[in-house]
Design a protein around this ligand. Structure first.
Ligand code: FES
Length: 106
């Protein structure tokens, strides 16, 4: 079982079960997490699945690379631990991770 907690800008948190192999964006969409729009459906071309990874997990998730980095340049509220949810693969070692959703997407 892999638990991921999504935190809204107002502090509201929702913990969900995530399946290994899905992307973080897919987990959010399957659980109706507000604020994850995913306009491009996971093609790394919209930046509307932007999340802030919790500091304690960021090393395990790793930084954005190449195309993702370019898309994040257009993201609102970018921080040092920003990632696009569609580019983060769920793995067992991410059990217990918290991610914050920015107040704006795109
Ligand atoms: Fe479009 Fe992630 S869903 S960049």
């Amino acid at each position: 079982m892999i638990k991921i907690t999504f935190v809204q800008p107002d502090g509201t948190a929702k913990s969900v079960d995530a399946t290994e192999g899905l992307s973080l964006m897919e987990v959010a969409m399957r659980n109706n997490i507000q604020g994850i729009v995913a306009e491009c459906g996971g093609q790394c071309s919209c930046a509307t699945c932007h999340v802030h990874i919790d500091d304690t997990f960021f090393e395990r998730v790793g930084p954005a690379v190449d195309d993702e980095e370019d898309m994040l340049d257009f993201a609102e509220e970018r921080v040092a631990t920003s990632r696009l949810g569609c580019q983060v693969s769920i793995e067992q070692e991410l059990d217990g991770m918290t991610v914050r959703i920015p107040s704006q997407q795109g």
